[in-house]
Write a protein that binds this ligand. Structure first.
Ligand SMILES: *[C@@H]1O[C@H](CO)[C@@H](O)[C@H](O)[C@H]1NC(C)=O
Ligand SMILES: *[C@@H]1O[C@H](CO)[C@@H](O)[C@H](O)[C@H]1NC(C)=O
Ligand SMILES: *[C@@H]1O[C@H](CO)[C@@H](O)[C@H](O)[C@H]1NC(C)=O
Ligand SMILES: *[C@@H]1O[C@H](CO)[C@@H](O)[C@H](O)[C@H]1NC(C)=O
Length: 499
């Protein structure tokens, strides 16, 4: 890609311009007048080749982007957001997007599964997170990169949305289908071996991405690019008297002084702020930043909508999306391994040993497994079968508990990334291409071809392993604090292995 053509127009950035000093109207007028004069002078009296700088480098002149011209406007109302971090996190955000979209009666633009930690948010408790428009642009960049590498996998390729789509509980459209139409770009041509997107295409992609991310600000009736994030806002829904109230968690004085931050966190009703009667409501696209939330010090970091007693439709949806299963191709692969390879009853051990915070807790992680095995032995289990999923490569098992376990009388099972099962499942999922089928509601027919290449077999391995663990009838031992363990518990609760 020709990076030199991709200049970010900073001075249109509405985040920074908010704090600008007031200038006298006369000065502003004179300045603008001169600019306009200069513009016409250059445009009409100087041929492009004489220009001192390449015209590509000049700021895009966009009083009104074509997407925002009423004649070209898309039918429908859409919701975009910026997923980030690992898969479990992205799934959590996706659920929140579905919830927000239902409350606001918008169509969810379904994002791709992003590479593990390709985009990160920062820390909400420390009030240090990426600006919403910056975050959206990173997600845009990465999504385009995935398309270009021919490794694009949609969230809806992995997670089964058919129960939500079939009774049109929520409307979805694939990100690729949306972009093809909104940006007027044929995305099929950008997946290529030589990695060189023709420059005009790369430029219009860049402009469309910057626009969608909110780099030129919002456009009335067209795009509402929200700046709200976990430093300023906790979204609520129908909580009496809470709209506009201060949240209980605020930056403490020490943090305020040291980091010179002046954030005030308010609780805002999402329907009152962005629903009927608001400026955001009329916009074709409503773009959130991160939709990640987590409980912190008695509050939620960004979204505090766990129930909606006054709205039965939303209440039902909240219950429905608590658990979104994997697509049948993945579930069947996990079941097949449990039934045909492990056979009989088995225990699942999910041991997170390498990543960040988990490095220092090996003892505790191993201890609960040890205790579980002991208790199984006491109940008279003969040869215990254990399915192990861990990020520690097998070559490194010697010298720790896993190594000794492998040499004991229990029988261990693992799946490796290069096993046929993983490769075939990935292939099946790509062929099924559920991701492009979700957008049937709209007339957006981009005719994008189904991709043949999965993004990463590591991810597919993880999905299959989670299913296998949910089939473990002797029990499950997970790593405390791991989101993977949480999602396995959820799958076990919903009994995905039966039937
Ligand atoms: C929700 O949006 C759809 C499609 O834009 C529209 O037909 C429907 O009337 C809307 N529902 C409500 C309750 O506004
Ligand atoms: C997006 O990509 C462009 C060009 O590849 C780069 O200049 C820009 O800094 C990137 N922005 C973000 C937020 O990642
Ligand atoms: C929810 O319903 C209760 C009981 O009907 C009512 O008192 C309350 O005001 C309602 N709250 C909202 C936000 O509509
Ligand atoms: C695993 O073993 C390899 C080869 O012995 C070594 O290079 C690597 O550092 C080990 N990794 C960990 C996480 O212990």
């Amino acid at each position: 890609m020709e990076t030199s053509t991709l200049i970010r127009p900073n001075n249109n950035n509405n985040i920074k311009s908010k704090n600008k000093k007031q200038t006298s109207p006369l000065l502003t007028f004179l300045f603008l007048f001169t600019l306009i004069l200069l513009f016409f002078y250059f445009k009409y009296f100087i041929s492009p080749s004489l220009l001192p700088i390449s015209p590509k480098k000049s700021l895009p002149i966009l009083p009104l982007p074509i997407q925002c011209n009423p004649i070209n406007r898309l039918q429908g109302k859409f919701l975009w957001y910026a997923p980030h971090s690992g898969f479990s996190n992205q799934l959590g955000e996706f659920k929140n997007a579905i919830l927000m979209a239902k409350i606001l009666n918008r169509t969810v633009i379904v994002p791709p599964v992003l590479d593990h930690h390709a985009v990160v948010l920062g820390s909400c408790p420390k009030f240090r997170v990426m600006e919403a428009s910056e975050l959206r642009l990173s997600v845009w960049n990465h999504s385009i990169q995935l398309l270009r590498d021919c490794r694009y996998v949609s969230m809806a390729d992995i997670v089964d949305l058919s129960p939500l789509v079939s009774d049109s509980t929520v409307r979805f459209v694939d990100f690729r289908a949306f972009v093809s139409t909104w940006c007027g770009i044929n995305l099929d041509v950008i997946c290529s071996k030589d990695q060189n997107i023709p420059s005009p295409l790369s430029e219009s992609l860049w402009q469309c991405g910057s626009l969608l991310s909110g780099y030129y600000g919002s456009f009335s009736g067209c795009l509402s690019a929200l700046e709200e994030d976990c430093r300023t806002t906790v979204w609520t829904y129908q909580k009496d008297g809470e709209d506009g109230a201060l949240d209980s968690f605020q930056p403490d004085d020490q943090l305020k002084k040291k980091k010179k931050i002046s954030f005030i966190r308010r609780r805002k009703d999402v329907y009152k702020t962005l629903g009927p009667g608001s400026a955001a409501e009329s916009a074709t696209v409503l773009a959130f930043g991160s939709l990640f939330t987590a409980p912190y010090k008695g509050s939620e970091s960004h979204i505090d909508i766990h129930e909606a007693p006054n709205d039965s439709i939303i209440q039902t949806l909240i219950e429905k999306i608590e658990f979104l299963p994997f697509v049948p191709e993945i579930i069947n692969a996990g079941k097949k391994f449990a039934l045909q390879t492990i056979k009989g009853p088995f225990l699942c051990a999910q041991l997170r040993l390498l990543d960040g915070q988990f490095k220092n807790h090996h003892k505790a992680t191993f201890l609960s497994l040890k205790q579980k095995i002991e208790s199984l032995k006491q109940t008279g289990q003969k040869q215990i079968h254990i399915f192990v999923m861990t990020d520690l490569p097998m070559a490194n098992w010697t010298g720790n508990y896993l190594g000794s376990l492998a040499e004991s009388d229990v029988k261990l099972f693992v799946i490796r990334e290069d096993d046929d099962l993983v490769q075939e499942t990935a292939k099946d999922v790509m062929v099924a291409g559920h991701g492009l089928e979700v957008g049937s509601v709209s007339q957006i027919s981009a005719g994008i071809k189904k991709r043949r290449h999965p993004q990463s077999l590591t991810d597919f391995l993880l999905y299959i392993e989670e299913v296998v663990c949910s089939c473990a009838s002797l029990g499950f031992v997970g790593t405390a604090g791991s989101t993977i363990a949480e999602s396995i518990e959820l799958m076990r609760k919903h009994d995905i292995c039966s039937g």
